[in-house]
Design a protein around this ligand. Structure first.
Ligand SMILES: *Cc1c(COP(=O)(O)O)cnc(C)c1O
Length: 379
């Protein structure tokens, strides 16, 4: 099956009871047994739920994996991955990453004795200096949030394999429409399904996909033992969202390209961060590992003035000022005061998250309206 067919049919079976084409929402916590242990494969909905299972199969299919797991949020999915580790273990992570991931690593798991190194991975060779016998996991986000750096997953995977370290890739920004990290050698793909997979800004959810059975079993154990699962209603919504992922992404990419070009030619703009530009430092890698360049764009204004940037995002009318990304509607955000407020100023500026930085999640509205909106706000 090719990708556009997989998003609609991958891992799906028609309902055995009545032939429903969409999986029913099995809004139940438990399942009747005829005799102790005599059940139809389902005992309790933290462990298994048919609607969630349908979604987990879809996750596995679209990421070219074998096993999918759904969680109550993206962070719950990351939390499950880090629980594969033990005190004394070390993680090498990209330094420009989702603020909540940074917070989870440094404010929760560091206290459990896990050590994190946050480094620039645009040059993959930087990683080896941070690897020792305790290193058990490499955590990669690409494109990174919000600086749109591109990490070469294939090269990082070769380093991880050489040292027998797990490689996990947060594929939230790219989605499997643009890049499939398992095919590039990653062991674990993670998603905030809240974003493009759900696609309609109506659900908070997380996903993991792996190929290896033993790794899957360990993660299923953690999923059930820690219990951060999502409900059947949300599973249904994300499953429905995935069915249009390919056509939504196609339009996100088209609109993203038009907005990036508009900004790059605007006199008030200092710099536009978007991997589709030929002068983007890792454009060639983006081109080789991604099908297109997506609808996530960051930019700074001349003078690097925090107040001015806040005024711009307040003046936008179609771009809604809001956290999150990846929905059909366009959103704007000011990382320094919103998503990255939990990262100390000195730390965030090191990675480029300066005061004037604005991040856009370009939606799938008419491009003329989006550009007119940006034009009036910059005015
Ligand atoms: C939103 C996001 C997360 C966290 O996901 P939640 O669903 O909000 O818990 C992790 N990584 C990236 C890149 C994100 O954008």
């Amino acid at each position: 099956m090719k990708f556009n067919t997989k998003v609609i049919h991958g891992g799906q079976e028609h309902d055995a009871a009545y032939g429903a084409v969409m999986p029913p929402i099995y809004q139940t916590s438990t399942y009747a047994q005829t005799t102790p242990g005599g059940h139809k494969g389902y005992e309790y909905s933290r462990t298994h739920n048919p609607t969630r299972n349908a979604l987990e199969n879809a996750f596995a299919s679209i990421e070219n994996g074998t096993y999918g797991l759904a969680f109550g949020s993206g962070l719950a999915a990351i939390d499950a991955v880090i629980k594969l580790l033990k005190p004394g273990d070390e993680v090498v992570s990209t330094n420009d990453l989702y603020g909540g991931s940074f917070r989870l690593f440094t404010k929760i798991f560091q206290d459990f004795g896990i050590k994190f190194h946050f480094i620039g991975m645009e040059e993959a060779s930087n990683i080896e200096a941070y690897i020792n016998t305790n290193t058990k996991l490499i955590w990669v986000e690409t494109p990174t949030n919000p600086m749109m750096n591109i990490i070469d997953v294939k090269t990082v995977s070769a380093i991880a394999k050489k040292h027998s370290i797990l490689l996990a890739v947060d594929n939230t920004f790219a989605t499997p429409y643009l890049q499939q990290p398992l095919d590039l050698g990653a062991d674990i793909v993670m998603h905030s399904a809240t974003k493009y997979l759900g696609g309609h800004s109506d659900v908070v959810m997380g996903a993991l996909v792996v190929k290896n059975k033993e790794l899957a079993d360990r993660l299923y154990f953690i999923q059930n033992a820690s219990g951060a699962v999502c409900g059947p209603q949300d599973s249904f919504l994300v499953l429905r969202g995935i069915k249009t992922l390919h056509i939504r992404m196609q339009r996100h990419c088209e609109n993203g390209k038009a907005v990036a070009n508009f900004l790059a030619n605007h006199p008030k703009i200092e710099k536009v961060y978007w991997p589709g530009f030929e002068n983007h430092p890792n454009h060639d890698i983006a081109k080789s590992q991604m099908k297109d360049f997506g609808g996530m764009i960051s930019f700074t204004t001349k003078g690097n003035n925090m107040k001015e940037s806040i005024k711009i995002v307040e003046s936008l009318k179609i771009f809604t000022l809001a956290e999150s990304l990846g929905g059909v509607e366009s959103l704007s955000g000011h990382p320094a005061s919103m998503t990255h407020a939990s990262i100390p100023k000195k730390e965030r500026e090191k990675t480029g998250v300066v005061d004037s930085l604005i991040r856009l999640s370009v939606g799938i509205e008419d491009i003329e309206d989006l550009i007119a909106d940006l034009e009036q706000a910059l005015e």
